[in-house]
Design a protein. Structure first.
Length: 131
């Protein structure tokens, strides 16, 4: 952490560095500091969509799923990547938002990725139990 914080002093506006600091703090179970760096990433005008996706994953990992969903909804509004839709569908399902998760199943199936196909199948089975 000390080396990363020293690098932060040299490069004060780096989303990559802030994401790395958030990861390290999460590993140390210091979610308050992780959140501080994730907030910096999301507030920066230089943050890219891949940075936002990484931030959404980290937010979900530390239990801030509602903020992760909001972020992913913005990223997938005009399509997004298969990975973003996969994570969003997973978070919807976990939150009991089955209708929204169900809408993402066709897009997941189109990706052909084993992870997306497995999630789509699991979602389809789970969702049929609630209909």
């Amino acid at each position: 952490v000390q080396e990363l914080r020293a690098a932060e002093q040299a490069v004060p506006a780096s989303a990559e560095l802030w994401l790395e600091l958030a990861r390290v703090y999460q590993l140390q179970r210091d979610f308050a500091n992780a959140s501080t760096y994730l907030d910096r990433v999301l507030a920066s005008p230089d943050t890219t969509d891949p940075h936002r996706h990484e931030a959404a994953m980290l937010l979900a990992r530390q239990g801030e799923e509602a903020q992760a969903v909001t972020l992913l909804e913005g990223l997938t509004r005009d399509g997004g990547t298969p990975e973003q839709r996969l994570l969003l569908a997973s978070l919807y399902a976990r939150a009991g938002r089955h209708a929204e998760a169900d809408k993402l199943i066709p897009a997941l199936l189109e990706t052909g990725s084993p992870e997306a196909l497995a999630l789509a199948l699991a979602l389809a089975v789970d969702l049929r139990q609630f209909h």
